[in-house]
Design a protein around this ligand. Structure first.
Ligand SMILES: *Cc1c(COP(=O)(O)O)cnc(C)c1O
Ligand SMILES: [Zn+2]
Length: 409
């Protein structure tokens, strides 16, 4: 393992690996830790040349940059190395030089969260922990349930009772113990923290467990590696708790440190207008966060009290990026547009990054000739009700050719 220390993003206090379980002792839940590595040593085994020679088509190709003990038992489920597609028509329509989408709705449980769960469950098992809990808007939970099934762990899940049906179905099929919490994601989060403390379960919640963001970081490592010859100027990322964007910015920076890329794209976070406390905090200087009542159809980022806002804002600043917001109608409008232009059918939150490009252009954050990559974080089949808001169900037709002719008119 190449981890050197853990550092608190709030007070800067440093810890040895294993000295604390989740967050900074001095700052409590607010003191989220960042994992530091010995990059000089990592570089000897992980660099542009070693990556080119590595045939492993999963996130384990970045194992030296993950906080896992040597010889840890890895899950069977294959995660990572998701494809990137270019969609020139959408680039033209959005007024940017080039447009790419990375389809992370292709994980084993169909969302970006699989990257975090792969690392989180591997770590839990390596620590000898067999009961693992998470609070989630839906995808983190289904992902944990899938990996728990793979590794033979018991998953305890806290989701808002209003989570989309497909996500709840996934949980139940995987055999997780599911608590459908009467309340918001914040209520589910609070209840999960209490239960973890009371029952001694391993906590997979990304915002307190610093090792989960390391899994999410592989998205940034991959973007850098896959795009190193045509690195985009800007990477757009949907933001709820702020863990994915923290991971993306860190992964991109690490690839620069390892010499795989020579600059870091600007990373722009996109929040839904009805749940945009991190965007607001960033605009106000980034020192404090004002929680809000979350209200958006993009359920995966309906987060009123984000936990990882400091790491997210620091990460975005380190890339000279920014934050924008999009409205629910703009999200709905982008659902079929992205699918028709690129072939990627994403859940509502999965198109938020693409939807943010229009706002970022209007605000002058992206120039007309610049190339942009949008991260599609979840599969469209996760939320069919959300998708149906973007289209109209056709009238049923009689089984006759005449009816088809009439319908074509
Ligand atoms: C969780 C999630 C996000 C947001 O990630 P955060 O780490 O909470 O910012 C975005 N899209 C999808 C599909 C998600 O499941
Ligand atoms: Zn601290």
């Amino acid at each position: 393992m190449f981890v050197t220390e853990l550092v608190c993003v709030k007070c800067g206090r440093r810890y040895e690996m294993g000295q604390v379980e989740y967050t900074c002792e001095a700052c409590g839940d607010d003191g989220i830790l960042d994992v530091l590595y010995d990059y000089d040593r990592v570089k000897q085994v992980l660099n542009g040349r070693s990556l080119e020679a590595d045939g492993n088509q999963s996130l384990w190709r970045y194992l030296p940059l993950l906080p896992l003990p040597d010889g840890a038992r890895l899950p069977r489920l294959s995660v990572g190395c998701t494809p990137i597609y270019e969609a020139p028509t959408l680039a033209r329509e959005l007024g940017v030089g080039r447009f790419f989408v990375k389809d992370d709705g292709r994980g084993p449980t169909a969302s970006f969260k699989d990257r975090a769960s792969a690392v989180g469950t591997t770590r839990a098992l390596a620590l000898g922990r067999h009961e693992i809990a998470a609070a989630s808007t839906g995808n983190a939970a289904t992902s944990l349930a899938g990996f728990a099934a793979d590794l033979g762990l018991a998953a305890k899940i806290f989701v808002p009772a209003a989570a989309p049906e497909a996500k709840v179905a996934q949980l139940l099929i995987y055999g997780a113990k599911v608590f459908l919490v009467q309340g918001t994601y914040v209520d589910a989060w609070n209840l999960c923290q209490q239960a973890v403390a009371a029952f001694g379960w391993y906590n997979r919640s990304c915002a307190v467990n610093p090792f989960l963001v390391e899994g999410k970081k592989t998205g940034g490592l991959e973007i850098a590696e896959q795009m190193r010859r045509e690195l985009p100027d800007v990477v757009m990322v949907p933001v709820g708790d702020g863990c994915i964007i923290s991971g993306i910015t860190k992964g991109l920076r690490e690839m620069q440190q390892l010499g795989v890329i020579d600059r870091v794209p600007r990373v722009i976070g996109v929040q839904a207008e009805g749940a945009a406390p991190i965007a607001a905090a960033f605009a106000a200087g980034g020192e404090a966060l004002e929680p809000v009542e979350a209200n958006t159809l993009a359920d995966s980022i309906a987060v009123g009290t984000p936990r990882n806002w400091r790491k997210a804002i620091k990460g975005v600043k380190s890339t000279h990026g920014d934050f924008v917001t999009v409205s629910d109608p703009e999200i709905i409008e982008m659902l079929p547009r992205l699918a028709r232009a690129s072939g990627v059918f994403a859940e509502p939150t999965g198109v938020v990054a693409a939807a943010g490009i229009k706002r970022a252009r209007e605000r002058g954050l992206i120039a007309a000739r610049e190339s942009v990559l949008a991260l599609a974080t979840g599969n469209g089949l996760k939320d069919v009700k959300g998708a149906m808001r973007a289209v109209t169900l056709p009238e049923p037709v009689a089984p006759s050719l005449d009816a088809v002719r009439r319908s074509l008119r």
